[in-house]
Each structure stands twice: as C-alpha cells, then as structure tokens.
Design a protein around this ligand. Structure first.
Ligand code: 5GP
Length: 223
C-alpha cells in the first residue's frame, strides 16, 4: 500500500454498540484496523488480554505515561485507558486506516495532534434504548450502570464536536441495524479517502445534518 493510513476516532456512550460496530467493520473490510488500548480495568467475561485490551496494573500504566508511550490517555469511569503511540505509527505507516475506539477526552487529544483525524460519534436512538442495552449486556453491576448513565448526558453534548454522527438503531426494531451502522462507518472512511461515490452517502451522517436529532436526544437526557 502506498498511502499512509488515516485515524478515525469512534466514541459514544457505553452501551451504544461501538465495539459491535467496529467488529463488524473489521470483519468486512480488511483495509481497516483497530488499535488495542491499554486499560487498568479488570477484564470482563469473554475478554482476552491483547485482543480486547492490554490489561495492565495501575503501576504499569503510570510507567507507560512516564515513558511517554501514549498517543492519548484518559481516566474514564474510574479506570485509566490509553492508546499506544507505537500501535498508531505502525498501522498508519503500513497504510491501514486505523479506528481508535476511545472516549470523548481521548478524541479531543487526538484531534489536537492530527488535524486530518476524523471523529465519528455513535449515538443510541433514545435514552430508553441505551438504558435497556446497558442492562441487557449483564456485565455491569448496578453501580456501574448508574455511573455510566450519569455520564451519558455530558457525553452526548460532545457529539456536536464530531465530524459525523451515526445513530445505532435498536436491534429489536431494526434487525440489520448493526450492518447498517457498520456500512455507514465504512462509507465515512471511503469518503475521507476521497472516493467520490461515498461522499454524498457520508454527508447524511455529517454532524450538522444530525443536529435536530442531537437536540432532541440531549433534551430527553436532561429531562
Ligand atoms: P469499556 O470499559 O466499556 O471497555 O470502555 C469504557 C470507555 O473507555 C469507552 O468509552 C471506551 O471507548 C473508552 N476507551 C477505551 N479505550 C480507550 C483509550 O485508549 N483511550 C481513551 N481515551 N478512552 C478509551
């Protein structure tokens, strides 16, 4: 591959379905990769070290911070998370477009360093839908669900700063919601490469065209 890859930051509230969407994009499109972050949080059931995350101790995390090993890092939901510089350089140099599935603080740090990075916000269609998904996941304690929901209102306000907003519909209401969302992400990636046929399709998801939706959701979350 001749070209250098581009960074795509994907953020959104916990339970909005970011990981599932990213997995689907990777499964369909081998020209896209995801960066595996470091975290101090404990692995959830089914998560594998080195695949879902690099699970590290807080001491090791701070060592990496001191060594300036992180492209960005943040404290999210009572744990530390960080993207390794080495991973970003390796994948972009190899010509892959790289997805960083990180929080809004991380996105700000990335955009400050790389003006060509593209921000994609994954939003639930409604507060009720998000709450349902978060509980259905069954991996969170009630306390953790509460902390995460409390953060949602603030997180959704951040959506206005992203380039694109993807509305991930409920899988119950829209059976192929996951495939639709994944194709929207890939369309945005193709549009960012300058592929003309993707540009008008991506435009539908551009943040200014989602403003009415975001205003409605933000009001719902504040109610
Ligand atoms: P979870 O613990 O549910 O896997 O992730 C919690 C939050 O941390 C999510 O919003 C996720 O996107 C974010 N996150 C995961 N990895 C990173 C990272 O490397 N940096 C930052 N800033 N956030 C991350």
């Amino acid at each position: 591959m001749g070209r250098r890859g581009k960074l795509f930051v994907i953020s959104g509230p916990a339970g909005a379905g970011k990981s599932e969407i990213v997995k689907e994009v990777l499964a369909r499109h081998p020209d896209v990769r995801v960066s595996v972050s470091c975290t101090t949080r404990a692995p959830r059931h089914g998560e594998t070290d080195g695949v879902s995350y690099h699970f590290v101790s807080e001491e090791r995390f701070q060592e990496l911070v001191a060594q300036d090993a992180f492209y960005e890092h943040a404290h999210v939901h009572q744990n530390y998370y960080g993207t390794l510089k080495e991973v970003v350089a390796r994948e972009l140099d190899a010509g892959y477009d790289l997805i960083l599935e990180i929080d809004v603080q991380g996105c700000r740090q990335v955009l400050a360093q790389d003006k060509s990075a593209v921000g994609i916000f994954v939003s639930p269609p409604s507060r009720a839908n998000l709450e349902k998904r978060l509980r259905a996941r069954g991996t969170e304690s009630e306390e953790s669900v509460r902390v995460r929901l409390e953060n949602v209102a603030g997180e959704v306000e951040e959506a206005y700063h992203y380039d694109y907003v993807i509305i991930h519909q409920d899988w119950g209401d829209v059976p192929d919601a996951l495939q639709i969302a994944a194709e929207e992400v890939y369309t945005i990636i193709r549009a960012s490469r300058g592929e003309a046929d993707a540009e008008s399709a991506a435009e539908r998801c551009a943040e200014p065209n989602r403003r009415e939706f975001l205003d409605r959701l933000a009001a719902e979350l504040r109610a």
